[in-house]
Design a protein around this ligand. Sequence first.
Ligand code: ZN
Length: 58
Amino acid sequence: MAKFTGHCMKCREKKEFEGEEVIKDTKKGQVKFVTGPCPDCKGAIWKIVGRIVKKQDQ
Ligand SMILES: [Zn+2]
């Protein structure tokens, strides 16, 4: 697992966390996140690291 820095919603501050990459499908395309537990509150931190925008089929 790699280390990332992200904003924890519960602690309301930036935390360094160990996370993994997740790709989610949305209507506008795919969004790549890293997610992992906050070291302090154990809540999940989600950070957007990239977007893969779908080409419109027209
Ligand atoms: Zn936290």
